[in-house]
Design a protein around this ligand. Structure first.
Ligand SMILES: Nc1ncnc2c1ncn2[C@@H]1O[C@H](COP(=O)(O)OP(=O)(O)O)[C@@H](O)[C@H]1O
Ligand SMILES: [Mg+2]
Length: 241
């Protein structure tokens, strides 16, 4: 079942002489239980693709749909609810709210959806344990290390009944052991019935995905399954560094 679908998407930033075409004619479908990795050089349009997929940006042309709902024609309120309920994000800048504790940050999207605050806190504590942060729920973001903040952001993205999980280099601030456990969490969320898109520079991380999509200059230039063609995946990645 298709969760995310991009059809002939084009995104031009700015206008006139300074216009930059960040994505050009990109079509992509990601289904339930499927994790797609997106790789490509800096500036190739990876973050733009993720922002459009999550309804944080709108295409100049083409359509983006989540669960069959076309995001660009949604009303603002409808889009906000859809994002909160169905889409989980982990972005490079973590977007943790500085005035809320780690547990409150994680519980917030649930509470906004009407889950009782007691229940939301229980689920947040479980989510914290899943990312090895048991007991740190009462700390504020500035009382946590960069890697710990990253894990809070991941716990927040995976909590609840998210249908689509979008991660932009989620392991950036983490050591390789913790990075691995984050990918395992993402993988198990997807195996549990979500669809996932993971932007990564690391071929070992892309190997967790069912499919790898390569972007260059805003276009998809190759698609591969990492398990059937690992050598090609590694050599393509080296060529792009
Ligand atoms: N808000 C913006 N305004 C102008 N140009 C942008 C904006 N966001 C991205 N771009 C440009 O679009 C292209 C793709 O950017 P991005 O999606 O961030 O690539 P990546 O994540 O692969 O590094 C780049 O040339 C970038 O400079
Ligand atoms: Mg980026």
């Amino acid at each position: 079942m298709t969760v995310l679908s991009l059809h002939e998407v084009r995104r031009v930033h700015g206008s006139g002489e300074t216009a930059v075409t960040a994505l050009d004619g990109v079509s992509l479908s990601v289904g339930t239980g499927e994790l797609v990795a997106v790789m490509g050089p800096s500036g190739s349009g990876k973050s733009t693709l993720l922002n459009l997929s999550g309804g944080l940006d709108r295409p100049t042309k083409g359509t983006v749909a989540v669960d069959g709902i076309v995001l660009d024609t949604c009303r603002r309120r409808e889009l906000a609810a859809l994002r909160r309920q169905r889409i989980g994000y982990v972005f490079q800048d973590l977007n943790l709210l500085a005035g809320l504790t780690a547990a409150e940050n994680i519980a917030l999207p649930l509470e906004l959806d009407g889950v009782s605050s007691r229940r939301a806190r229980e689920l947040a504590e479980t989510a914290l344990a899943d990312v090895d942060l048991d007991g740190l729920g009462g700390r504020f973001p500035d009382e946590l290390s960069g890697g710990q903040q990253q894990r809070v952001a991941i716990a927040r993205a995976l909590i609840g009944r998210r249908r689509l999980v979008l991660a932009d280099e989620p392991t950036g601030a983490l050591d390789s052991h913790t990075g691995e456990s984050v990918l395992r969490l993402l993988r198990s969320k997807v195996d549990g019935g979500a669809a996932g898109v993971l932007v990564t520079h690391d071929a070992r991380h892309a190997a967790w995905a069912d499919r790898v999509v390569f972007l260059r200059d805003g276009r998809i230039v190759d698609t591969t399954g990492p398990l059937d063609r690992p050598e090609e995946l590694l050599s393509t990645q080296d060529g792009q560094r």
